[in-house]
Design a protein around this ligand. Structure first.
Ligand SMILES: [Fe+2]
Ligand SMILES: [Fe+2]
Length: 371
């Protein structure tokens, strides 16, 4: 069912009204509403697939300081390359010729500025999202009742610290611009941290945010030849694939215990997360900084979504099959299937699930094999 014009207008006004109001604050405090749970059942390996993941994580650690930080990065060249090669850059470039485009007069110089700002914005949102993962996973260590999951989650805490560290360093040393956290991303991270139910942290972080991150990192990795960024991304992706697999394996078991109304709440949470992630791609902050009329630009971008925006849809290619594997697509009356169909992303439902593919991402193992 397509959205009516009235619904679209309402959504548009809500979007514009939402901006990051505490971007200048040094800290953000979020209530986490959850109990810390001790377990006295120390029997390791009760959940063999989680145990296997934990063993793999322990031998797949890498050190961000060992990346070659002496590499000289040309941000203009790198950002243009990333933009020109990916579908997002091509999509935005199409807007130049769209009727009423506020950027129709842009010259190569302005597009160059846009490339650098957009690149810095994307990396900054990666960094902020990684901090969200760091806090979420620390929370899972406390809240999940299973020892195999506490063990695994503790390795993920270390992974996420490393990810925050490498993105922050890359931004600081190699990119001339950075951004505060996008409002839609922060709102999603708040929802994930706020929820008292331990499995919601997994659904929001491991399935939705990290599922999207894995696809986004993959896209940037494919579209850049900058050796430091390429290497950094391939290592981060090998960790992320394990993290998404951790979510799938944990929730697959837990969801079998839940009632239909409880499953419906998970479907709604997944859908709301998907909408928030879609909205953050609008890059309001970038247009604003470049002096473009944000309202006009958002209108233009939204008028092209979602059907024509292939880049945006591809980002959901990990999320949809994993939701299907968890039984969320078709549970009840298939509510989530309907929603994902409306978003134009249902076509990914039969793509490979991450619990089946994470081993293929293991770069540390590959380097070791190579000698
Ligand atoms: Fe991460
Ligand atoms: Fe992660």
């Amino acid at each position: 069912m397509a959205m009516t014009d009235a619904q679209r207008t309402e959504e548009f006004e809500e979007l514009l009204a939402e901006t990051n109001t505490d971007a200048e604050a040094a800290f953000r405090v979020v209530e986490d509403h959850a109990d810390a749970v001790f377990t006295w059942d120390y029997a390791k390996g009760k959940r063999p697939r989680l145990e296997k993941l934990y063993e793999k994580a322990k031998t797949s650690q890498w050190n961000g300081s060992d990346l070659d930080w002496t590499i000289d990065v040309d941000p203009d060249k790198t950002s243009r390359e990333v933009n020109a090669n990916d579908a997002r850059g091509q999509f935005v470039a199409q807007l130049m010729s769209a009727p009423g485009s506020p950027v129709a007069h842009w010259t190569d110089k302005e597009w160059g500025q846009y490339s650098v700002e957009s690149f810095g914005w994307r990396l900054a949102q990666f960094m902020h999202g990684e901090q969200g993962a760091l806090l979420s996973t620390a929370k899972i260590v406390e809240t999940v009742p299973w020892i195999d999951a506490k063990y695994y989650a503790s390795t993920q805490v270390m992974d996420e610290a490393r990810h925050v560290e490498v993105f922050a360093r890359y931004l600081d040393e190699k990119v001339p611009t950075t951004y505060p956290v996008n409002h839609h991303l922060q709102a999603l991270l708040d929802d994930i941290i706020n929820d008292s139910r331990w499995d919601m942290t997994y659904l929001g972080m491991q399935i939705m945010v990290e599922g999207l991150a894995l696809a986004a990192f993959g896209s940037m990795h494919k579209n850049t030849e900058e050796p430091l960024l390429k290497n950094l991304l391939r290592y981060v992706m090998s960790d992320e694939a394990r993290h998404v697999a951790f979510g799938v394996l944990s929730l697959q078991e837990y969801y079998q215990e839940l009632s239909q109304p409880e499953i419906r709440e998970r479907q709604e949470f997944a859908y709301e997360a998907a909408v928030r992630m879609r909205d953050r791609f609008l890059q309001q902050e970038v247009w604003d900084r470049l002096g473009v009329d944000v309202r006009q630009m958002m209108g233009l971008l939204l008028s092209h979504q979602p059907e024509e925006n292939v880049f945006q849809q591809l980002l959901f290619s990990k999320i949809v099959p994993n939701c299907k594997k968890l039984g969320l697509l078709d549970a009840g009356d298939g509510w989530l299937r309907t929603k994902f169909t409306e978003m134009g992303i249902i076509e990914y439902e039969d793509w490979v699930t991450t619990d089946d593919e994470y081993g293929a991402f293991d770069e540390v193992q590959r380097d070791r094999d190579a000698g």
